[in-house]
Design a protein around this ligand. Sequence first.
Ligand SMILES: [Fe+2]
Length: 378
Amino acid sequence: MGLYNFEFQIKTKIKFGKNKIEELNDSLKSFGAKRIMLIVDQGIIEAGLIDKIEKILKKSDLDYFIFDQVKPDPTIEIVNSGVRFLLNNNINALVAVGGGSPIDTAKAIRASFSKRELAEKITADKLPLITIPTTSGSGSEVTKAIVIKDENTKKKFAVANENLAPDISIVDPVMTKTLPPYLTAVGGMDALSHCIESYTSHEAVLPFEMIATKGIEMVKKYLRPAVGNGNNMEARAGMSLASLFGGISLSNCGLGLVHAISHPLGGQFNIPHGLANSMILPYVMEFNIIANPAKYANIARLFGVNIDNMTEMEAAYKAVKEVEKIKKDIGLDYSLDDFGVDKFEFIAELALKEKLMLKSNPRSIEKEDIIKILRRAY
Ligand SMILES: [Fe+2]
């Protein structure tokens, strides 16, 4: 029904390709930027990726200031300290380098800043934001969403707003080359979750279904080889695209029950986001199948299963099996008991509060359904 009734807009300009990072200075100058805030975490510094960015910036007359306090889950406190840093250094453009955490932190810093009265210290009304992903998974490089953690309550909350979308995303697969196999695997399962959830979302519409299904194909073809050999640039580029496609699709069609459950798993038990998704994904797929078997059958086809002689339901369940095979092959065959997660009632209650995630899930959900899914994943 919704297929032919939609709005199509991608707010972020995407510059994709090998060595596109060399265009960073031109992109910054297109905004008239002079004083740049680089938002990174320690991992980016340790991996030497910041050196690469600094080398490029030094070719220009731009001044840059490094904010390296980003932690794996962006917190309100770190966002506030980023806003202070921005004001103290008279910043007029933001560049986020890293995975979902530095990018979400940068988006939140910009959003918090724009509400402040101190804006007269800054030349631009709205600071331009450029994202440079160094992982493939979160899709945050191109989404209008952020996930922030409140350290007092340990709750993660997602916010979506058009104004959060970055202005430019420079997606250079070379920047993901040093990502270790485990993080490649975890990110890849996040990207796959985004593509599957947004494709099967009951808010999905045709243009984004096309993008999400292409993302599923990319994961099928490239996640295993990217985990197997990080120097395989074709696989790295494929996973960069999967992340991007997942991000574009989720921004417009929403997510679902996988993310509603994985947010409390991350917030309360510190399970990395992509890993939490991968533990839950097959069981949520099983649960959701009856709401739209044709789509799950198509996912099986995208995974390369010959579904010609199967009923739609048989084919749909094959999609679940394929996801389980990928998890096993890339070394993410974990269950909730490996992480001591057993407060199912508590997690289910928190998951039910994830309204932004749940509103697009294809099947309606009750608390008991979530508890059953958690038991399956245990
Ligand atoms: Fe995600």
